[in-house]
Ligand binder design. Structure first.
Ligand code: 13P
Ligand code: SF4
Length: 301
């Protein structure tokens, strides 16, 4: 039997739900039960009824799934698949920022560790960061750990003061895009969409700034043959072309998140076969982080 067929058989046998982020390898997206952005995946994990959830993405995503649905067994096929952006923030840095800015609300990007989430007032994703910050009473808001997302929020919510912690926090994949990528797309006649993790000058030059789920929505129902330059991780191109084969999608082939690529079809098969690697977090961290994540989900309901 082929690996993909064995995975599908095991999903049935073990009554497992396989979730995959939009940046996962094409063959993983093809066998997943649901593919989406961080917010959509958090919602799917929260409402999962199957006893076993296998999360193909990076560790903070699987941890979020466990926190939201602690009664389920949540597996991550590769424990070393982490997010270098999430690793740029420590609980100590957040505690210092709070002490330096008493009265400021703390909005934590979902790309962060569970220990940091436990110290946040509310979590956000790239899909809802602007709405979450706008909904808060506090005039000052700490946004961590992505400074480019913080700059995007500041541009959309000028009535508040946004404090980026750490000041230079970034994702190396998105930091690599420049205005030249936007201009190259325009020269092809494309509409340009960038992720809010891109630099502010790239955000300003693009036609749209959107989360990966937002990109899926923007292309829905467009007249056939339209051109799109999508400034985010390469596999978003696979996702969009699969959903919209009549659209012309351009991505940069070298825009690769190494951690998102660590999970192979074989890793997923072994994860299902051996029920490895179970996500386990300290009870107190889970309790404290859950409140901040649930506040985000409730804000969007
Ligand atoms: P999305 O929430 O837009 O899917 O982004 C997740 C991510 O890791 C971006 O680099
Ligand atoms: Fe983290 Fe960037 Fe990879 Fe997203 S693309 S998981 S932010 S390193």
């Amino acid at each position: 039997m082929k690996t993909g067929d064995r995975i599908c058989a095991l999903k049935e046998e073990k009554d497992a739900l396989v979730l995959a982020h939009n940046y996962q390898r094409p063959e993983i997206q093809d066998v997943a039960d649901f593919v989406g952005d961080s917010l959509e995946l958090a919602r799917m994990a929260e409402s999962a009824t199957k006893p076993l959830v296998v999360f193909c993405g990076v560790l903070f995503m699987a941890e979020t799934a466990k926190i939201l649905n602690p009664g389920k067994k949540v597996l991550v096929p590769v424990r070393e698949a982490t997010c270098p952006l999430a690793d740029q923030l420590t609980p100590g840095m957040l505690a210092r920022a709070r002490a330096d800015h008493p009265g400021a609300a703390v909005v934590l990007y979902i790309n962060s560790t569970a220990a940091c989430k436990a110290l946040a007032d509310v979590v956000c994703t790239s899909a809802n960061a602007v709405g979450i910050v706008r909904s808060l009473d506090a005039p000052e808001v700490i946004v961590a750990p992505d400074a480019n997302l913080a700059a995007y929020v500041q541009s959309q919510v000028p009535e508040k003061r946004i404090i980026a912690v750490p000041p230079g926090g970034h994702c190396y994949v998105h930091q690599d895009f420049t205005r030249q990528d936007v201009f190259s797309g325009r020269e092809r006649g494309d509409t340009v969409i960038c992720h809010p993790e891109c630099r502010p000058e790239v955000q300003e030059a693009s036609d749209h700034v959107a989360s990966t789920g937002g990109m899926v929505q923007i292309l829905r129902g467009q007249p056939p043959g339209r051109g799109w330059t999508v400034l985010t991780e390469r596999e978003m191109g696979y996702r969009l072309r699969r959903l919209y084969p009549d659209q012309v999608v351009h991505v940069r082939d070298d825009a690769v998140c190494r951690d998102m690529k660590k999970t192979t079809l074989r890793d997923l098969l072994l994860s299902l076969e051996q029920e490895r690697y179970e996500v386990v977090l300290p009870g107190e961290t889970m309790e404290n982080a859950r409140g901040a994540i649930q506040r985000m989900l409730e804000a969007g309901r």
